[in-house]
Design a protein around this ligand. Sequence first.
Ligand SMILES: Cc1ncc(COP(=O)(O)O)c(C=O)c1O
Length: 307
Amino acid sequence: MLIHNKAINKVHHKRKFSSYHKARNAWQAIIEAHRNKYPQATVVLPAYIGWSQYDGSGIFDPVSNLTAKYVFYGLDKKLTIDFDNLKQVVTNCSNPIVLLAHYFGFPDPNYHEITSWLDENDIYYIEDSAHAMYSDVIGGSCGRKGAYNIYSLHKMLPFDDGGILVDNQINSLEIADEHYLNIQDVLSYDLKTIYDIRIKNYLFLVGQLKDIKGTTLLYPELNQGVCPQSLPIVLDDYNRDDIYFKMNKQGFGLVSLYHTMIDALKDSTFESASYTSKKIINLPIHQECSFEILTTMADCFKNTLAS
Ligand SMILES: Cc1ncc(COP(=O)(O)O)c(C=O)c1O
């Protein structure tokens, strides 16, 4: 046959999904499997990793649980990867396993250049789509280049927990599935509609919050295929913690991702850790927000800043 009347290749474009209690369990399983193969492996992490009393550190706990060797690469104020620094760090360490985190659903502006360089240099890397499940599954703007990709379901859907490991079948390791949930639990939500609502809400809220003196929107524009987890804004000239408490007291569930850096980044000079983590606040734009409530929240936010 020159062409069959239907697709018959069972391997082409296949991504294997397995499920875990949380995304961090999947991430730990990857590091462990990689280290089994390369005992000298070094985990190469972004210099923007938070910790909280309640939740620990989703990115770093797996590294410390395994007492794995690690090193950080730099990010600037806008959480853009310092590509030269990444190259330098990766080149200087043994059997690197690099984590690329798509913070708040946004792949790095140089995502294609960075992943191409990693591919050309045969570097093992993982995509952290804990915040970027919709940017991957529906938008297709990230998640397909790393050997693995992880989702955190409780950040995207009304779940208490749940993590998914996507094996892109590029360079697979021996990793056991925790069988924590059925993928149909995820697919029973209308992911495309949620994707559209989040994008519409984000753009609407950007319209309300742009040009507030003393603040910087981390991502004033939304590229094709990017679906945000929240709207991060840097409060350059304000006391972030004060605004956080006042907004929550008035009924608006803002968060500060990540307000406290892990100990290993406390004295980091990378701007992501030394500046952004102290100034960032994230506003909700999720599927349960209407334009009406977003307008009320934006007004309250501006009044709180002015007070
Ligand atoms: C960027 C990022 N990656 C991974 C994780 C881990 O997610 P989970 O809470 O599902 O373990 C988190 C959250 O802690 C995160 O913010």
